[in-house]
Design a protein around this ligand. Structure first.
Ligand code: DAH
Length: 348
């Protein structure tokens, strides 16, 4: 009888304790209060010694049952807390599956990069190497070794950005010729192209202070103007279409002799005459020529043994034509709204 009352009191107390606990920590403290070293149940067990041995068995059974009941209640409470915590967490992290997904911005290949890749492919297929040179160049490589000594009037035509007396931002990719010939210590024949940025003090809708050239140089035995002509015809037809014609006009560059300027059939009107070609049907696209013996000599090549040709188109115009770009500066301002239009699949 007494035991029953004890049990009832303990369980009632536990039930009421369980109504106020909220967390797993509270539950652990409660467990210690009942089953810990100095807990209610443990205290009851210590009374065993005081009992008559004949009563001990029954008391032990009572304690066991009580302990089991307490454990069961604690276990149930623990599960309740767990599921409540889980529910709270889920409510907090609720995902609204009706929200539209986030769009990932997809990059595209820059129109200038495409032109360069196309040209590189063409020249690589003809056995050329692709090289690059620094944009900060020496005055020596950019001018002197290209047969433009200090004081040469043609230096002015390039409106160069100087860094100091010896260094400048290259005004053309032609110094790549010097670099390649000098690096080729065995002075063997060579074929290279060099795409790259060049800089001049110029800035309007058709001139940018920074633009792109694509230098070419071939040096070998018996290289002639005829090889240059054949190469540039191929270049023009491949880039601008089979119907494109090429015209060579005599010109002057200090690093070539003879020198020429090369025109192609106007890519806008197909040769009929329009505002782009100023009604001539032709558009000038590059300077070229047979490498001047002085240039070969200054870079260690014997002009008696070797000859060569070189060419250097500005290639922004090709990109402008091919992609309908009207202001050259758009090519370099990296405005994403402009660049987004050149999704690879739209063009190819
Ligand atoms: N470097 C010249 C320029 O920027 C273009 C040029 C002309 C390059 C004749 C050449 C060449 O390689 O042979 O105006």
């Amino acid at each position: 009888m007494e035991k029953d009352i004890q049990r009832k009191d303990i369980i009632e107390k536990l039930d009421s304790d369980l109504t106020v606990i909220k967390t797993k920590n509270d539950l652990a403290s409660l467990k210690a209060l009942y089953l810990g070293k100095t807990g209610v149940i443990t205290n009851l067990s210590s009374k065993m010694k005081e009992l008559d041995p004949s009563d001990r068995k029954e008391y032990g059974k009572f304690l066991n049952e009580l302990k089991m009941e307490v454990l069961e209640k604690l276990e149930t409470a623990s599960k309740e807390i767990e599921s409540r915590e889980l529910e709270e967490k889920l409510n907090k992290e609720k995902i609204d599956i009706t929200l539209p997904g986030r769009k990932h911005l997809k990059g595209s290949i820059h129109p200038m990069t495409r032109i360069i890749e196309e040209l590189e492919d063409l020249f690589v297929s003809m056995g050329y190497d692709v090289i690059s040179g620094p944009e900060v160049e020496t005055d020596m490589n950019c001018f002197t070794k290209l047969n433009l000594p200090v004081g040469h009037p043609a230096r002015d035509s390039q409106d160069t950005f100087y860094i100091d007396n010896d260094y400048l931002l290259r005004s053309h990719t032609s110094p790549a010729q010097v670099r390649t010939m000098e690096a080729n210590t065995l002075k063997e024949p060579l074929r290279i192209v060099c795409p790259g940025k060049v800089y001049r003090r110029d800035d309007d809708a058709t001139h940018s202070h920074q633009f792109m050239q694509f230098e070419g140089l071939v040096v070998g035995e018996n290289i002639s103007l005829a090889d240059l002509k054949g190469t540039l015809e191929l270049f023009a037809k491949k880039l601008l279409g089979e119907k494109t014609n090429v015209r060579f006009r005599p010109s002057y560059f200090p690093f070539t002799e003879p020198s020429c300027e090369v025109d192609v059939t106007c890519f806008k009107c197909g040769g009929k005459g329009c505002s782009l070609c100023k009604q001539t049907g032709w558009i000038e696209v590059l300077g070229a020529g047979v490498v001047h013996p002085n240039v070969l000599r200054m870079s260690g090549y014997d002009p008696e043994k070797y000859t060569g040709f070189a060419f250097g188109p500005g290639i922004d115009r090709f990109a402008m034509f091919k992609y309908g770009i009207t202001d050259i500066r758009q090519i370099y301002t990296n405005d994403i709204r402009f660049l987004e239009q050149f999704d690879r699949k739209d063009v190819e």
